[in-house]
Design a protein around this ligand. Structure first.
Ligand SMILES: [Zn+2]
Length: 479
């Protein structure tokens, strides 16, 4: 193990920052809830994976041997996380008039491409839910045998009232949930928090993805998938489970309930639960991805190297909410460019002897990453090193290779010129739209309708709709 600071992490389960210890060091088993592959993952979704990757890179850099699993949810995730609605894959299949299996395959492959673009290290295992149905059925049978579940026409449900520790991760107040229970009784659920481990297809329902089970033809519950696939590849207990903060109240709460019921050994199923915060994308409307958020491919179309986005994410602590804006992208690009300017110019044979100045920068970096993954402070150390003229090129090259094992922002292999992607022809910036709309308003005011119509056509081609209102005002929106 690397000497230096011990790694301290915030554990959602205990609400505390504490020193990380693995059950069998140097090995660490780590599970990350993966995407539901019914649509493109926008850059907000990708924050959870950059966070998990950063955690894994810090652990590896400190000397742990991480075995990482990211699952692919290709069935069972309903349109509401709280077990309501329809299967997202089936809805997408109907809407796109496509086969659900083909949709899953397409979006799985796009997700993997985005991970690669963001230099997220591939997990050791990529289990797909649909490839683990028999294991899920036997897990659910074991739960039923031990009376943790009850049957309804719509499936097999986990009885949360039998679990005295239910909701401990999210500190749920079940008495408040019980008070609201009356409206839910019609469904047949005994408690609003009860959840399906198996969903039986309704009579006459025609699902593309369904399997025979002791509870009729149907599909597994989303939470069950993660419990089963994580144990399959990491053993019954493992060290770390990660996901977005949105997973805390329902998905991870239910994973814990059914896993601890299944294991019944009185031990916590997973000791470390880490959650990444959201990035708010509302300031980033973009024409191409109708309805969804900004995609990594949209960043590229706008001329941004994907690692600029990684750099932007690292500027915020993973437990802070942050805002996306094109201004923030532009300033992240300028920041990364300044670093690459210096690190690329210094690139040479790395020094193998540790100069005192270099050791100091490495120590600041180590302290920052070990302090609950404080990447903003780690970046400050990288910037400080780039400005320290006591460092030789060989020193800086040696530091870059250490820093980049954790940061993966191209310090060892990119040059500033690599950031100069050409924006694609279809990309139009918000400022350009504003300019065109202003010119069109001026033309309308001057009753020059030929020019006004021509500008409208130009905007339509760029994916912008202009609406004229009484009094000469007009507004616009991305399509
Ligand atoms: Zn999960």
């Amino acid at each position: 193990m690397r000497s230096g600071s011990a790694i301290r992490l915030y554990n959602t389960l205990t609400c505390q920052v504490a020193e990380f210890t693995a059950a069998s060091p140097p090995h660490v088993g780590m599970y990350t809830c993966g995407p539901t592959v019914y649509a493109d993952q926008h850059i907000g979704n990708m924050r959870a994976y950059v966070f998990a990757d950063t955690l894994k890179r810090v652990l590896s850099w400190k000397g742990f041997k991480v075995r990482h699993v990211i699952n692919i949810t290709d069935v069972g995730h309903l349109t509401s996380d709280a077990d309501e609605g329809e299967d997202k894959l089936e809805v997408a299949a109907r809407r796109l008039h496509k086969n659900a299996w083909a949709i899953a395959e397409r979006y799985t492959s796009e997700f993997k491409t985005d991970l690669e673009r963001l230099r997220i290290i591939e997990p050791d295992v990529w289990p797909e839910a649909t490839a683990h149905i028999p294991q899920m059925i036997s897990f659910a049978e074991a739960l039923e045998d031990h009376r943790w579940c009850y049957r309804l026409p719509s499936g097999l449900y986990f009885d949360t009232s039998k679990d005295s520790r239910y909701g401990k991760l999210a500190r749920l107040d079940l008495s408040r949930q019980l008070a609201g229970a009356r409206v839910e009784v019609a469904e047949g659920k005994q408690h609003p928090a009860d959840f399906a481990v198996w969903r039986t297809s309704a009579p006459g329902e025609n699902r593309q993805m369904e399997w025979e089970s002791p509870w009729g033809r149907g599909a597994p519950g989303w939470h069950l998938e993660c419990s089963v696939m994580s144990m399959e590849y990491l053993g019954p207990h493992f060290d770390i489970h990660t996901g977005g903060v949105d997973h805390i109240p329902v998905h991870h709460t239910n994973e814990i309930a059914q896993s601890e019921a299944y294991l019944a050994d009185g031990r916590p199923w997973v000791r470390w639960w880490l959650h990444g915060e959201f990035i708010n994308l509302s300031g980033a409307k973009i024409s191409k991805s109708a309805g969804g958020g900004v995609l990594v491919s949209d960043l590229i179309d706008r001329g941004y190297h994907p690692l600029v986005y990684r750099y932007l994410l690292l500027q915020a602590h993973y437990r802070s909410q942050t805002e996306f804006s094109w201004e923030a992208m532009a300033s992240a690009e300028a920041g990364l460019r300044r670093l690459l300017d210096r690190y690329a110019a210094a690139r040479s044979e790395p020094a193998d002897q540790l100069s005192a100045a270099r050791a100091g920068h490495l120590k600041s970096f180590d302290q920052a990453v070990s302090d609950d993954l404080n990447m903003p402070r780690a970046l400050a150390a990288v910037i400080a090193a780039s400005r320290d003229d006591r460092l030789s090129d060989a020193d800086l090259t040696a530091l870059a290779s250490q820093f980049d094992q954790v940061l993966a922002i191209g310090l060892t292999d990119l040059s500033p010129a690599d950031l100069d992607l050409k924006p694609s022809d279809t990309a139009i910036t918000e400022r350009e739209v504003e300019d065109l709309v202003a010119r069109r308003n001026a033309a309308r005011a001057a009753r020059d309708f030929a020019t006004s119509d021509q500008i409208r056509a130009e905007l339509t081609a760029a994916g912008v709709t202009v609406e004229d209102h009484a009094g000469g005002e007009s507004t616009w929106r991305w399509n």
